[in-house]
Design a protein around this ligand. Structure first.
Ligand SMILES: [Zn+2]
Length: 137
């Protein structure tokens, strides 16, 4: 799959995707909160600054954008029409870093959970996904 974005559009999109407090992240937080979970955000003292930290359950959640973190889904398989090598290197670097952070967190005794953007398109989908994780059970 290729896309039709100009370099400028792509850069803007990337900047938006890269930022914290993304839409999927905010949704996951809201749904998790409604389910009764209490958590902290972006704890700087943990590897990779996990998006959501549930200390009580020794669990961290990363909410990953599919494109940016190379999810094996149609969104993660997009090959930008411009600067393909640049994005491939950049995304490959992210995946490698994600793996390093997850390994470091596990060594510290944390359960590491990744929730993908495409899995939480709606509140209902997010709740289903979060229940499947069986956090704290
Ligand atoms: Zn995906």
């Amino acid at each position: 799959m290729t896309d039709v974005h100009t370099r400028e559009q792509r850069s803007r999109n990337m900047a938006a995707i890269r930022s914290r407090n993304t839409k999927p992240e905010v949704r996951v937080r809201r749904v998790l909160h409604a389910m009764g979970f209490r958590f902290r955000l972006h704890r700087k003292d943990l590897p990779g600054r996990p998006d959501i930290v549930l200390p009580k359950f020794r669990t961290v959640i990363f909410v990953h954008g599919c494109f940016w973190h190379c999810h094996r889904c149609k969104y993660g398989s997009v090959v930008p029409a411009t600067r393909a090598e640049f994005w491939a290197a950049k995304r490959g670097g992210n995946v490698a870093r994600d793996r390093r952070h997850a390994a470091a967190l596990r060594r510290l005794g944390w359960r590491v959970v990744v929730v993908w953007e495409c899995e939480v398109r709606t509140d209902a989908a997010a709740e289903t996904k979060l229940r499947e994780l069986r956090i704290g059970r």
